[in-house]
Write a protein of this length. Structure first.
Length: 489
């Protein structure tokens, strides 16, 4: 058995030549040449191996054949660690009996599984590999470009893998960060097998529940808390971008996913700032990524207009027409193009790799209990809200819109540390603030509708009346929310 530890990154296909040159120029790099790999992934019709969290592959290189099975492993941030077993064979169909008996679940009837095996999908690609010596570590870099084929469909495959042959996992990140300074790279959570099952229509639909609070416990040390926050948010980041890629033709659903991605990235930046770990170059990276996401509020507002026709427009006779206008504007945001632009941004992948590096290194400073630390962060966040929305001072519509981001930041701090405090009091405290944030979003929606229908005087008057009515209700909610007793004191 080999314990495979690797870092997988995706790259744009047009950057292969540049990547090849960069790797050739790395100190200590020895090219192992290029070869064409043909891979068949096998399973039963009811996906028994998949249900055992196993992946079975036969790889062909010229006349050589090797069967490989990977068992349950772990992905932390972007580092993949998974046991694998390799056996040389002579045919194109794997023989399960050649693998060690102890890897199979208790009660597994291998003869039945063997009899039902079939090829579910293929991955065929050209692999150029190098061995790179970095201090006391040896890393294999593999540059793969080809296709995944399943059920008469195919999709491109462009990956670079850094596999640890000996030494420290930090070497994987060091080399990846060197390349990411020049070429756009991003973390790759989905394995070739996961993508193949998905393409074959046999993968589970990607879902991700909205995050109410981070899974923190009071007995955690500050360093453990820091690592858990980073690991959880990084995992969600990668899954959310995959879900966005799969739903770009469903604009209303996609708008919600973009908002959740922005919240996830903001949470990571906030966490680094709270722990004193936000380095200047990372702050610049976050700013560049946020600039690419400045459309998210408009997307959410348009989704409100397009998807909540009765709630927003009531019984207006032109409600359907107005919703369709909003939907057309939402489609016009071109989510597919925006995602590609985000992936092409060098700061995007650089930021991900820096976060993985920090997660592995951990947080070394800080004293005191996690509960005291969390209380301090919550207090500071809500003090900023009191400054942006002072008690006794009415807010204009523009001030409400400007306060939206500050309110988002405070709500995210509550999301990060809320699990450390009583659930009921936390929910009661957050409820009016969450309603207020929703009200700010509806205000933005009314404003966008006014811009789209500027020549309609009757509609403008209706929007003005709705805006004033909503602002009055929000003002009452804000005054009540500011008088609440914080749950963390």
């Amino acid at each position: 058995m080999d314990a495979e530890i690797e870092l997988k990154l995706f790259f744009p296909p047009e950057h292969k030549s540049a990547l090849t040159s960069l790797i050739n120029d790395l100190n200590g790099a020895q090219s192992k040449g290029a070869k064409q790999l043909f891979n068949g992934y096998f399973d039963t019709p009811d996906l028994q191996l998949r249900r055992w969290d196993m992946g079975l592959r036969v790889r062909g290189i010229d006349d050589f054949r090797e069967q490989t099975i990977k068992t349950a492993g772990k992905v932390a941030g972007g580092i993949h660690s998974r046991p694998e077993y390799n056996v040389t064979i002579t045919g194109d169909v794997p023989d399960l009996g050649l693998f060690p008996a102890e890897i199979w679940p208790e009660g597994a009837v291998l003869t039945e599984v063997q009899a039902q095996l079939g090829c579910v999908f293929n991955t065929d690609f050209n692999r150029h590999s190098w061995h790179v010596r970095l201090d006391d570590s040896l890393v294999e870099i593999a540059l793969d470009q080809g296709v995944i084929r399943a059920a008469g469909r195919e999709e491109p495959l462009c990956e670079i893998e850094f596999e640890l042959l000996e030494g420290s996992p930090k070497a994987l990140l060091t080399l990846a960060q060197q390349l990411a300074k020049t070429v756009s790279l991003r973390l790759g959570k989905a394995s070739k097998a996961q993508r193949g099952y998905q393409l074959a229509g046999k993968g589970k639909a990607q879902t991700l529940d909205a995050l109410a609070v981070m899974p923190l416990a009071r007995d955690l040390e500050l360093g453990q808390c820091f690592t858990l926050l980073l690991e959880t948010a990084l995992e969600r980041w990668q899954l959310l971008e995959a879900m966005i890629a799969a739903s770009v033709d469903q604009p209303r659903d996609c708008a919600d996913l973009w908002q959740r991605l922005l919240a996830c990235i903001t949470l990571l930046e906030s966490t680094l700032s709270q722990f004193g770990m936000l380095e200047p170059d990372m702050a610049e990276g976050f700013a560049e990524v946020r600039a690419q996401l400045d459309f998210v509020d408009d997307a959410q507002a348009l989704a409100q207009l397009a998807g909540n026709q009765q709630q927003i427009f009531g019984r207006r006779s032109d409600a359907t027409e107005l919703s369709l206008r909003a939907l057309q504007a939402l489609v016009g945001l071109n989510f597919a193009n925006r995602l590609q632009n985000l992936w092409q941004l060098p700061a995007y992948g650089q930021l991900q790799l820096q976060l993985v590096s920090m997660m592995l290194e951990g947080f070394k400073g800080g004293n005191g209990t996690l509960a005291d630390f969390a209380s301090g962060q919550l207090e500071a966040a809500w003090e900023k809200i009191h400054q942006a929305m002072p008690l006794g001072k009415p807010l204009s519509l523009d001030e409400y819109r400007q306060a939206g981001r500050a309110l988002d930041a405070a709500l995210l701090v509550g999301l990060a540390y809320g699990n450390l405090f009583p659930m009921d009091s936390r929910r009661v405290f957050r409820a009016p603030w969450e309603d207020l944030r929703q009200g700010i979003l509806v205000l933005l929606a009314y404003g966008l509708m006014g811009q789209m229908c500027g020549d309609n005087g009757e509609l403008q008057q209706w929007l003005d009346d709705k805006t004033q009515s909503l602002a009055f209700a929000m003002e009452q909610s804000r005054q009540a929310a500011l008088k609440q007793q914080p749950y963390w004191r």
